[in-house]
Design a binder for this molecule. Sequence first.
Ligand code: BJ8
Length: 427
Amino acid sequence: MSKDYRDMWKGLGLNIDAHDGLLSVLTNAYTNIYLSQKERPKGMSYFDFVISEVHGLRIEELLNAKAQGKKIIGTFCIFVPEELILAVDGVCIGLCSGADVGSDSAETHIPRNTCALIKSFIGFKLSGICPYVETADLIVGETTCDGKKKAYEAFDKITGKVYVMEVPNKKSESDMRLWKQEIRQFAEKLQEVASRQITLEKLREAVRVVNEKRAALQRLSKLRGSAPAPISGLDALLINQISFFDDPVRFTAKLNELCDELELRVKEGRGVAPAGVPRIMIAGSPMAIPNWKLHAVIEAAGAVVVGEESCVGERNYRTLLDDKFDSVDQALEMIAERYLTIDCACFTPNDDRLDNIISMAGKLRADGVIHYSLLFCTIYMMESYKVQTSLKEKEIPFLRIETDYSSEDMGQLKTRVEAFLEMIKGA
Ligand code: BJ8
């Protein structure tokens, strides 16, 4: 970290000893998993810097933004439209939920058999180690899975900042009506919290910024389809994770610079792993920062991860927002329509997701798909059976993994992944 931020953390009410412990674990994990990689693109140095300052400079930036009257809006789901947050001059931050932190305290509010992502965001808050939660003016939840829906009640009790958007579970006309209403209400809530009006001009600018960020992420995804892969899955995952909390304009510029470098690599036929190593695509539950577990196991076993069919991945940037609107009302309708194309497993039926997985596996030239569900994430665990059937029809090798954030099952995971890779190599 570039300087001592202790006073800032104390001012936010963090538990300094516990926070020091977290930072030291994170630094060690990052050094072992990330900095030990070979053939990393030079452009990754910016993203390394962002991680080194994740609780430092970025928090200072958020506090400066607050001092200028801007509001910090925390989110947990890609259904929350960043465009609307930017349109009230707000800052959109994906909150911490990817580490095994404070589980025991979390279990005093929610059941033991809850997915690690939910336990993590409650655990982070109860342990007093998340500066983002403390900085946020509003935390936006959503009625996607049952676990989150109910956990937000507990989270509101603990933080007093939660607002919940109702996401329908089907995509019929009446569901669309409900969702459009939710989008309008959310826009009103934001205007009230930020004491600013959403104007057509602001909305156009916000849509441009978010579309450009998503287009840069699409560009990265397309480059990963090259053989040999020009960037590791671990690095690409990190970039996707950072896209949720970095300044969007700066992030997009840095990602485009990195993509320029990767394009050169592709032209020269240079990759992070030799051509011919198994190319694996991951599908399923989101991998919130710092959840790097499965990618680390797969790439340590000699394969390369070429894509994530996940919210921290393709599901987040697959569709850009149509920017041809002439009024705020029309824009809100188009925002609602764009977001309801998201193929989260919370929908029934959700067959678009199956088509998207097949198409993605083809574009990325994946040799196999690993379906990843967090333990107790019922919706993705359930849907993995349909994914398996569709991939089988296309003769694409498939492996189902259910895990959490602990390291207890690392040995078992390693054995299963290695056996899967051997099967692919022998096919
Ligand atoms: S759009 S995937 S970000 S809801 S892992 S908490 S689903 S039990 S995160 Fe998600 Fe939005 Fe859907 Fe994406 Fe529940 Fe599963 Fe836990 Fe999950």
